[in-house]
Write a protein that binds this ligand. Structure first.
Ligand SMILES: Nc1ncnc2c1ncn2[C@@H]1O[C@H](COP(=O)(O)OP(=O)(O)OP(=O)(O)O)[C@@H](O)[C@H]1O
Ligand SMILES: [Mg+2]
Ligand SMILES: [Zn+2]
Length: 154
């Protein structure tokens, strides 16, 4: 029986393809990016085969080129993700996400008494203590946060 060549992601003219996302984490990646939004055209592929890893997710965002400050937060949950910038159907830029030393305004401290939870304008801020596995420390109360607690916030 003939099988068509598998096309995991249909071509886009302009935008961003986030490839090599840890399998099943693409919905969390969208959440980090504040997607979907009303104007955005987003396509997902979940649990597809990959040459680089056993299985992966892919996210394709049309007409939006993601800035590195946005994509680096993705490293928290998909450390192997690759960012491909597409212009006129061609890849014009390719890069890996990097876990930075500080995570700002994305996560909440699990300590209910932390000032980031009790004082309104203060938002969560964490230092990255180790990267594999990811362990964070609250800038305000020094509470440690591990991967399970990080993932449960998305
Ligand atoms: N115009 C496009 N529209 C949508 N997706 C695209 C487009 N061009 C490339 N892609 C996707 O972007 C990803 C990277 O494409 P590329 O051709 O660099 O593959 P690759 O050689 O396997 O790269 P890598 O080494 O990063 O895995 C693939 O998932 C590919 O399907
Ligand atoms: Mg590839
Ligand atoms: Zn705290």
């Amino acid at each position: 029986m003939k099988k068509p060549k598998e096309l995991k992601v249909k071509p886009i003219k302009n935008g961003t393809v986030i490839d090599h996302i840890t399998a099943n984490k693409s919905l969390n990646v969208l959440k980090i990016l504040g997607l979907p939004s009303d104007e955005s055209k987003v396509t997902l592929a979940m649990n597809v085969q990959s040459a680089h890893m056993e299985k992966k997710d892919i996210v394709k965002i049309e007409n939006r080129e993601l800035a590195s400050s946005e994509v680096d937060q993705i490293a928290l949950i998909a450390p192997k993700a690759t960012i491909n910038i597409i212009r006129d159907y061609e890849i014009v830029g390719k890069g890996k996400v990097r876990l930075l030393n500080e995570i700002k305004s994305l996560l909440n401290c699990p300590n209910p008494n932390c000032i980031s939870n009790t004082i309104e304008p203060v938002t969560g801020k964490f230092y990255v203590i180790t990267k594999e596995p990811v362990i964070l420390r609250c800038y305000y109360c020094e509470r440690l946060m591990e991967e399970g607690e990080i993932e449960s916030q998305f």
